[in-house]
Write a protein that binds this ligand. Structure first.
Ligand SMILES: [Zn+2]
Length: 202
């Protein structure tokens, strides 16, 4: 791997890669990262590129094609080239001009957050639901109440979220939630489990 990101436009390519992230000299104004990846090494530069991807692609302008190294893609849904930005012509009932590119951008943000969460294999495994707006984790239904409780609490503690408990008709709901900063906004992140009274204390 040499280039982390290559942008093709009007038959010419510019890229940010090894000459940028392995640079030893001081001054560098990379045409893509503007110096953010300069001397950072491949892993950190890949993470920086992932974080700034949307704005760099936008800066490349209309009609530009983007090629990403797998270390930047992280997730198959990151294959931007497969989903060219359509024209913003559809009026969204809530957000005005809204198009599929916006939906893809939101999905990519949620999946990037899930990708980060997947690195925490020191925590209990959960079932995950990913939407355009949020990532939700739930313990397996087959677990004991104690194990469900532990799973929600462990994730909440790891992410500095407070666990709340609501007593409802026939069950208690534990939940912890918050927002996580992402490219151009926030993604909702929550954990919850319902502990049913009639499951007895399994
Ligand atoms: Zn660069």
């Amino acid at each position: 791997m040499t280039a982390l990101i290559t942008v093709w436009r009007d038959g010419t390519a510019i890229s940010c890669g090894r000459s940028c992230y392995s640079a030893k000299h001081k001054a560098c104004r990379c045409p893509i990262c503007g110096g953010l990846n300069h001397g950072k090494g491949p892993e950190v530069a890949a993470a920086i590129t992932r974080r700034h991807l949307d704005e760099w692609v936008e800066a490349a302008g209309e009609g530009a094609e983007v090629e990403l190294d797998p270390s930047v893609q992280q997730d198959p849904l990151f294959l931007i080239g497969d989903h060219p930005m359509p024209d913003a012509t559809d009026e969204h009932p809530l957000f005005g001009l809204w198009d599929e590119a916006d939906d893809w951008r939101l999905s990519r943000r949620s999946f990037a957050l899930l990708g980060d969460l997947m690195k925490r294999d020191d925590l209990p495994p959960l079932n995950w639901t990913v939407t355009k707006w949020s990532v939700v984790g739930e313990p397996d239904t087959v677990l004991s109440h104690a194990a469900k409780r532990h799973a929600v609490q462990a994730w909440a503690d790891a992410l500095n979220l407070r666990v709340r408990e609501h007593q409802c008709q026939g069950y208690a709901r534990l939940s912890a939630g918050g927002k996580r900063a992402a490219v151009n906004g926030e993604v909702g992140l929550s954990f919850f489990v319902d502990l049913y009274d009639d499951e007895a204390a399994r």
